[in-house]
Design a protein around this ligand. Structure first.
Ligand code: AMP
Ligand code: MG
Length: 423
């Protein structure tokens, strides 16, 4: 895809022949957004504990071999396999983890050794204690181990100078442990991304106040808070804003001034009090799409001042689906995360029939479960309306149905994408 500027795209969407803002395929919208994303420039030093969930802004080279020395992988007896004559060995001392055996081991001798202890001089093999009979200071091997068995070698995990983590890595628990194992106490990370958001709509009421007919509680700010918190960004919640052009304008400009990214929900679909659209065309460069997907048809992306702008639909499920399918990846790129493969999808049998129109991608909410034979299967959560937030709460996965897919019988294979992960 060529790289048109945002303003080119907005003034002349036809500058790309196959661009149809009224039926934008999911993948194409993702690609469009991607070309405007540059990571935040600033970095900061963080101690290891603080780096969890943050994005590394430097390559980390191993300052040493890991492990640092040859050591035993088991509790047992260390000896030299070349010098073994028969099955009897004399125990001449003990090597503990953190307390090495300082002597030298000669032919016919061995050292009692614990897991992690330095291999004593003159030894190259460890017999595990379960395969040894001990009588006083003599042992006899009931099974002769292969030479070099049960030894962990210096540099076996990591070699000195080897790149162990690259810039763009999202720091996970294993990465913290890995750096600790190298004695590295702090890292350079990208600064936290600042994300401001607000809801729009005259009908919205903040929790804690009573509802009257025609009003709904503002739930989008809570799902957004949850999804953004999981990404580890700095959050500014600017509240629920009534459909009042002056207040919306003030809030939008304030958000764009202080944040790297502004997210709004509601007010970007067609045929309503279109204040957000007017404001965005006055103060920003924003593309409005109708995505060929369900839920989540209306979506806006662009810039307001220096801030990236995402205009999400108002319906609560659509907010979550568009966040996960478009915003999440974009935020990770802005946070400095290196490009990684998309979230994994795999195919499982769906135990209920599915109604689906071809020509658009659907993200139905599903429950993955194991049947009586322990086989993973999926079933839809029930009603799939884009306002039925309980479907998201019940779900542990999306059932992702591509554009080409139509109605499906029970038993059909479908693609699923997990909502919950182990990390
Ligand atoms: P809109 O995109 O503004 O036309 O809103 C579409 C639907 O989503 C309407 O039924 C709204 O009441 C509902 N909605 C919009 N914003 C929110 C919100 N923050 N929380 C709950 N529902 C909302
Ligand atoms: Mg609205």
């Amino acid at each position: 895809m060529t790289k048109p500027s945002l303003s080119q795209l907005i003034s002349d969407p036809s500058c790309l022949d196959d661009y149809d803002p009224n039926s934008m395929p999911v993948e194409k919208a993702r690609q469009f957004i991607k070309q405007f994303l540059e990571p935040v420039a600033e970095t900061e030093m963080l101690v290891l504990h603080e780096s969890l969930g943050r994005i590394l802004a430097q390559d980390i080279l191993s300052p040493a071999n890991v492990p640092n020395y040859d050591n035993s992988a088991m509790d047992g007896y260390a000896f030299n396999a070349q010098n073994l004559n028969g099955t009897q060995l004399k125990v001449i001392g003990t090597a503990f983890a953190g307390k090495a055996f300082s002597g030298k081991v000669a032919a016919g001798e061995c050292v009692r050794i614990m897991t992690g202890a330095v291999m004593p001089q003159g030894t190259d093999t460890v017999a595990v204690q379960e395969k040894v009979l001990r009588d006083g200071d003599m042992i006899s091997l009931s099974e002769i181990p292969k030479p070099h068995a049960n030894v962990r070698y210096a540099g076996e995990d990591l070699k000195q100078g080897q790149c162990v983590l690259s810039a763009g890595q999202l720091m996970r628990p294993a990465d913290l442990g890995l750096l600790a194992s190298l004695g590295i106490a702090s890292i350079k990370a990208y600064r936290k991304l600042k994300v401001a958001f607000f809801s729009t709509g005259d009908e919205l009421v903040a929790i804690g106040k009573p509802l009257t007919t025609g009003q709904v509680y503002d739930s989008n700010r809570y799902t957004l808070f949850g999804m953004l918190s999981r990404l580890g960004v700095e959050i500014t919640d600017l509240g629920a804003i009534a459909d009042d052009p002056a207040v919306l304008e003030k809030t939008l400009l304030h958000a764009a001034e202080q944040a790297d990214v502004v997210i709004t929900s509601g007010g970007v679909s067609v045929g309503e009090a279109d204040y957000m659209k007017q404001l965005l065309s006055r103060h920003g460069q924003v593309m409005f799409w109708k995505i060929a997907m369900k839920p989540g048809r209306p979506l806006a992306y662009g810039k307001v001042g220096k801030a990236h702008y995402f205009g999400l639909p108002g319906n609560p499920v659509a907010v979550m689906v568009t966040f996960y399918q478009f915003v999440r990846d974009a935020l990770l790129s802005l946070m400095g995360k290196a490009a990684t493969p998309p979230l994994p999808m795999f195919k499982v049998e769906c135990t209920a029939p599915i109604k689906k129109l071809s020509g658009r991608t659907e993200f139905q909410r599903g429950i993955l479960f194991t049947d009586e034979h322990g086989i993973w299967k999926v079933k839809p959560t029930g009603a799939q309306g884009s306002a039925i937030l309980s479907s998201m709460s019940l779900a542990n996965c999306f059932i992702v149905l591509d554009e080409s897919v139509g109605n499906l019988e029970a038993g059909a294979l479908v693609q699923v994408q997990l909502l919950d992960g182990i990390i």
